[in-house]
Design a protein around this ligand. Structure first.
Ligand SMILES: *[C@@H]1O[C@H](CO)[C@@H](O)[C@H](O)[C@H]1NC(C)=O
Ligand SMILES: *[C@@H]1O[C@H](CO)[C@@H](O)[C@H](O)[C@H]1NC(C)=O
Ligand SMILES: *[C@@H]1O[C@H](CO)[C@@H](O)[C@H](O)[C@H]1NC(C)=O
Ligand SMILES: *[C@@H]1O[C@H](CO)[C@@H](O)[C@H](O)[C@H]1NC(C)=O
Ligand SMILES: *[C@@H]1O[C@H](CO)[C@@H](O)[C@H](O)[C@H]1NC(C)=O
Ligand SMILES: *[C@@H]1O[C@H](CO)[C@@H](O)[C@H](O)[C@H]1NC(C)=O
Ligand SMILES: *[C@@H]1O[C@H](CO)[C@@H](O)[C@H](O)[C@H]1NC(C)=O
Ligand SMILES: *[C@@H]1O[C@H](CO)[C@@H](O)[C@H](O)[C@H]1NC(C)=O
Ligand SMILES: *[C@@H]1O[C@H](CO)[C@@H](O)[C@H](O)[C@H]1NC(C)=O
Length: 476
């Protein structure tokens, strides 16, 4: 029973650990009465589709379908595919390319020789998630950026005569090169140029390509040298933040944006700050009442152990025991009062039973020993031991001439009445040769006393013989 209990407890703990994942709960992402979607893309505040729905006009998103399907366009003109409340946005940006036919620039395909990427004032190109990539076998390309305090450029060159050394999946200098980009860029121009108009490599590489791409979204292969000419845009990641001040400077100002139950985080990759819901809260931290307590008890597997109930608190939850159960502090689980009483009862019964068993067997042994002593005394009396003692006590020097041996001593002396030691048989008994523990050789007579009348006779015989050294068996 006790072992079963332990097994069940271990299983409960395992279940508890495996059920810790909480399910997501829907929450409003946009301001009240504001549309929160453009096409398939969710538009969370501080972004908005109309005036009054975004934090300011810089965060307005133009939901347009002028180039096909409905798409959100951010201020800089980039098409967004996802806005995250963790301060990032996924957008598509044009790539630069220069394409040639028989060594002559192809005007139809090459309108993109130079492109610009404008992420607007509140976005910067993520330097951690993107790279500047140049693809081609007769290509060099520049990335130029205009910053407040100065302009700078970087670039990449890739020249190859054939595709022999190209490794699929590796943009490491053969047919493809890439460089890290600096932090904080929001206006970038890209230029793709050729040394000899792809005259020698046109058969397998008609164009040069230059673009900024999210690292995980572009996988270079031999195919890219041709196939990129049919592609216009590349996915990249922008960082966004609110304002230009740090949390410390802004937290007590009226412009502070983070809503209730949220905290402020300094933007790590640029200026400004971001908002984040506090632990145990969920929602849009930029909205006034955006972060709401997560009811961990609803729609989740918390506190699902037997006897438990979940109590939601602000920002957290506790598991407590339902009626009829109580907390087993050592195991941290709820156990029924009944079953624990039963266990206690059973343990109690077990212990009492053991104690009783030990005591009673101890008593039994004592009683048995006493009975044995009494029995021996009775046999001693029955077989004339007392009479013998009396008679001997009257005799002089009896202590020196007579000794009463115990049955054990005689048994030893005769080697358990070994037949080979028999030295005589008589009407009243058998005589054995015996060796005492002090190596004295004695004759031992084992009497065959039939009735009590013979005892007296036997005793007298012993007394007479007591001048000699004999052993006598007295069933003692
Ligand atoms: C939204 O985009 C369309 C098409 O690009 C443009 O005509 C319109 O002026 C834009 N509206 C705003 C408010 O930027
Ligand atoms: C950066 O380049 C732009 C465009 O070429 C130019 O107008 C601007 O003056 C340059 N900025 C500096 C600080 O040189
Ligand atoms: C990139 O392409 C190579 C070869 O086509 C493939 O082995 C590799 O798994 C791809 N990697 C990614 C991240 O798609
Ligand atoms: C590289 O990938 C292309 C397809 O993109 C494939 O045709 C070619 O066989 C691949 N080469 C190697 C060496 O894997
Ligand atoms: C900031 O940069 C770190 C790496 O330095 C990156 O892990 C993180 O995603 C970036 N955060 C934002 C908001 O861009
Ligand atoms: C966006 O950037 C502009 C220009 O720097 C700034 O005035 C504005 O406050 C920014 N908007 C937000 C919400 O940070
Ligand atoms: C903001 O104001 C509160 C109350 O006025 C004050 O306790 C706190 O120290 C201020 N925080 C900062 C960063 O100035
Ligand atoms: C904080 O969260 C609690 C629980 O959801 C909510 O009642 C309260 O209004 C929130 N506080 C603010 C300032 O939003
Ligand atoms: C749960 O949150 C409340 C309010 O913030 C707090 O008083 C309490 O100590 C928290 N309980 C636990 C178990 O964290």
């Amino acid at each position: 029973m006790g072992f079963l209990g332990i097994l069940v407890q271990v299983t409960w703990v395992a279940v508890m650990l495996s059920e810790l994942a909480a399910a997501a709960i829907a929450f409003p992402i946009a301001k009240p009465h504001c549309p929160d979607k453009c096409g398939d893309v969710e538009i969370p505040y501080p972004f908005g589709l109309t005036n009054g729905c975004s934090i300011d006009r810089n965060f307005l998103v133009n939901c347009t379908n002028s180039f096909g399907p409905t798409q959100p366009i951010i201020l800089g003109g980039l098409t967004a595919t996802h806005f995250s409340l963790e301060g990032q946005a996924n957008v598509l940006a044009y790539m630069a390319k220069d394409c040639y036919k028989q060594g002559v620039l192809d005007p139809d395909l090459s309108i993109w020789t130079s492109v610009y990427l404008n992420s607007g004032p509140n976005f910067t190109v993520s330097s951690t998630q993107n790279k500047f990539v140049v693809v081609g076998c007769d290509t060099y390309a520049y990335l130029n950026t205009q910053q407040d305090k100065g302009n700078f450029s970087t670039g990449c060159v890739s020249v190859c005569e054939n595709t022999w050394y190209i490794v699929n999946g590796s943009c490491s200098g053969v047919g493809c090169c890439q460089v890290d980009i600096p932090n904080g860029m929001n206006y970038v121009t890209l230029e793709s140029l050729s040394f000899s108009n792809h005259a020698k490599v046109g058969a397998f590489n008609p164009c040069g390509y230059a673009f900024i791409s999210q690292q995980t979204k572009f996988n270079f292969s031999i195919d890219s040298l041709q196939s990129l000419q049919h592609q216009k845009e590349m996915p990249l990641v922008l960082d966004w933040a609110i304002g230009t001040e740090t949390c410390k400077d802004v937290v007590n100002k009226s412009s502070y944006t983070c809503g209730g139950n949220s905290t402020c985080i300094d933007s790590d990759n640029g200026s400004g700050y971001r908002c984040k819901c506090m632990e145990g809260y969920q929602g849009n931290p930029y909205l006034h009442l955006g972060c709401q307590d997560i009811n961990e008890c609803e729609n989740s597997n918390h506190c699902k152990l037997p006897g438990q109930k979940c109590i939601n608190g602000l920002g957290n939850f506790t598991c407590s025991c339902i009626k009829g159960y109580h907390l087993d502090v050592s195991a941290g689980i709820c156990v029924t009062n009944q079953s624990s009483r039963l266990v206690t009862l059973l343990v109690g019964i077990g212990i009492s039973f053991m104690v009783a068993l030990v005591c009673s067997s101890w008593l039994y042994l004592i009683v048995k020993k006493r009975q044995l002593i009494k029995l021996k005394q009775r046999f001693f009396e029955q077989n004339g031991g007392l009479i013998l003692q009396q008679k001997l006590s009257k005799q002089e020097n009896s202590a020196e001439t007579t000794k009463i041996f115990t049955m054990k001593e005689l048994k030893k002396a005769t080697n358990n009445y070994d037949e080979t030691l028999i030295i005589g048989q008589g009407g009243f008994g058998t005589v054995y040769k015996g060796i005492l523990s002090n190596n004295r050789i004695v004759a031992i007579k084992k009497s065959k006393i039939g009735d009590e009348s013979q005892i007296e006779q036997f005793i007298n015989e012993v007394v007479v013989l007591s001048k000699l050294i004999i052993g006598m068996w007295l069933n003692y």
